[in-house]
Design a protein around this ligand. Structure first.
Ligand code: DON
Length: 484
């Protein structure tokens, strides 16, 4: 959560999950040292010590105005009274039903007679309502201590999971300074490690800032080429250096410096540089999959307090595990660690030290909740889901607003691309015109048209006549904008 108060004060709340004390660096490998694809991505072992309840409680304690109970109550009512299952929820439940059944309680909570609830039926979550009542009445303690913690530990022990009551009792959030950058007269305020998002955004903007303005032409394949080359260099630095700052010495000053950006820019030519050549020092002599279901929301109030929040269970439906009596899906955030020590390969798997599993460590994220200020006044609130594509989605919305002068809804709707160093491939939304794709191939890029990238709900603050909040509602999934 990245916040800028109306008085100009900025802070971030890091409520990223942590590895439990029983976790080990090789916990997802089998005896022969190979990764078991299901073990690393679903099931009880993938659950990190949850952070959201304490994160939201901390935000409330620090700057909330309304009573906590009033904030939690609507969620309790929704869980108790239930909500209508739409096509999206139905499909999601259907996709995951075999895991829900395999991992036990989730099938009782989210399925109707072992099947995804039908479109139009009502899904009630009474156990979740009870959990939320404990949080309503006791604050974060209602989650990290007492009945919720006891039920969670019982389920973990029964199913071979690692989270214990002690992990919950010891969980803490950290108030961290945001990562700050400057881009063409705008101040960029974003999330620092353990998220890679803010560092990537500032680093990529620093590189791009050195190109002449005439290069910023969305109709020209060269613009997309420069973007891809910028992305690959920044993502290589992510693989080399980024992880939990409480466990690593991260060279932030260097990574965020214009000198470093100048050096990287100087290596960009008129041909695609091979990712393997760029990062040969960390590359090992297989495909990792990361899905793209997370939630981003951008908020501003009438006083000008701005908040950008990205929140995730990691995969859609997280670990697919529910502890009996608690009613909510547990995350599979352990999957965001580098689970294969030493193995960094051309498919995108990273095995470098900064993000290996260590008890109590937070896993590296790509979430990029970002605020932009111009002339000391709120200008833009932005962020997105999308796993490793997130920083690139946020980058392109920012460029569309600042360089391409698009209205916010167009800036959010415009086609996007993604390069993450490895695999050495551009993923590009298929609505990008054909000549851009052909042009990129002529530069030497491997280009793969893809479906939607991200879901970047944004707010632009327009000061041209008074102060107006303009929603950038992303229509790619199901989000919406609202004013109260
Ligand atoms: O923290 C991260 O970067 C990932 N756990 C986010 C996963 C994600 O965005 C999936 N979907 N949209």
């Amino acid at each position: 959560m990245v916040t800028r108060l109306a008085n100009g004060k900025t802070f971030t709340i890091d409520y990223r999950e942590k590895a439990p004390q029983l976790a080990t660096a090789t916990m997802f490998l089998d005896e022969s040292g190979k990764i078991d694809p299901e073990k690393e991505s679903r099931g009880w072992l993938t659950v990190g010590v949850p952070g959201s309840p304490l994160g939201l409680w901390t935000a409330h304690q620090k700057s909330g105005k309304l009573p906590w109970k009033r904030l939690v109550q609507p969620a309790i009512e929704l869980a108790e009274q239930g909500f209508t299952v739409d096509q999206f929820i139905h499909q999601s439940m259907k996709t995951h039903q075999r895991y829900f059944i395999k991992y036990g309680e989730a099938a009782n909570v989210y399925l109707h007679s072992g099947k995804a609830p039908a479109v139009g039926s009502t899904l009630k979550l009474p156990d979740l309502a009870e959990t939320l009542k404990r949080i309503r009445d006791q604050g974060a303690d209602g989650f990290y201590h007492g009945k919720t913690a006891e039920l969670l530990e019982q389920a973990m022990i029964k199913h071979g999971g690692l989270v214990r009551q002690q992990d919950l009792a010891q969980y803490h959030v950290v108030l961290r300074e945001p990562v700050i950058g400057q881009y063409k007269g705008h101040q960029i305020i974003s999330m620092g490690p353990p998220s890679s998002g803010g560092v990537l955004i500032v680093q990529m903007l620093n590189i791009l800032q050195g190109f002449e303005q005439k290069e910023f032409d969305r109709a020209s394949p060269r613009y997309w080429h420069l973007l891809a080359e910028t992305m690959k260099r920044a993502y290589l630095d992510r693989a080399r250096h980024l992880g939990d700052p409480d466990f690593n010495k991260i060279p932030l000053d260097k990574l965020l410096s214009s000198k470093h950006a100048d050096e990287l820019r100087a290596t960009i030519s008129d041909r695609a540089t091979s990712s393997a050549t760029l990062g040969s020092d960390i590359l090992s002599p297989e495909k990792t999959k990361e899905s793209e279901q997370t939630t981003h929301y951008s908020i501003i109030d009438d006083e000008g307090n701005m908040v950008s929040v990205t929140t995730t269970l990691e995969d859609s439906c997280g670990s697919c595990c529910v502890a009996p009596g608690l009613g909510f899906l547990l995350n599979n955030e352990m999957h965001d660690f580098n689970v294969s020590p030493g193995l960094t390969n051309t498919t995108g798997r990273i095995g470098t030290p900064p993000n290996l599993i260590v008890p109590g460590k937070r896993m590296l994220s790509s979430m990029t909740p970002t605020l932009i200020v111009k002339d000391n006044k709120p200008f833009l609130i932005v962020g997105s889901p999308g796993g490793r594509t997130i920083p690139n989605t946020v980058l392109q919305i920012i460029l569309n607003v600042i360089d391409h002068k698009m209205p916010i809804d167009e800036a959010v709707a415009a086609a996007r691309m993604h390069h993450q160093w490895m695999p050495d491939q551009i993923g590009i939304e298929s609505k990008v015109p054909r000549d851009i794709i052909d042009g990129l191939r002529a530069f030497g890029h491997d280009v793969k048209p893809r479906g939607n990238q991200g879901d970047g709900h944004s707010i632009l603050i327009d000061w041209s006549s008074g102060r107006r909040y303009l929603p950038g509602t992303d229509r790619r999934l199901r989000g919406a904008s609202a004013g109260y």
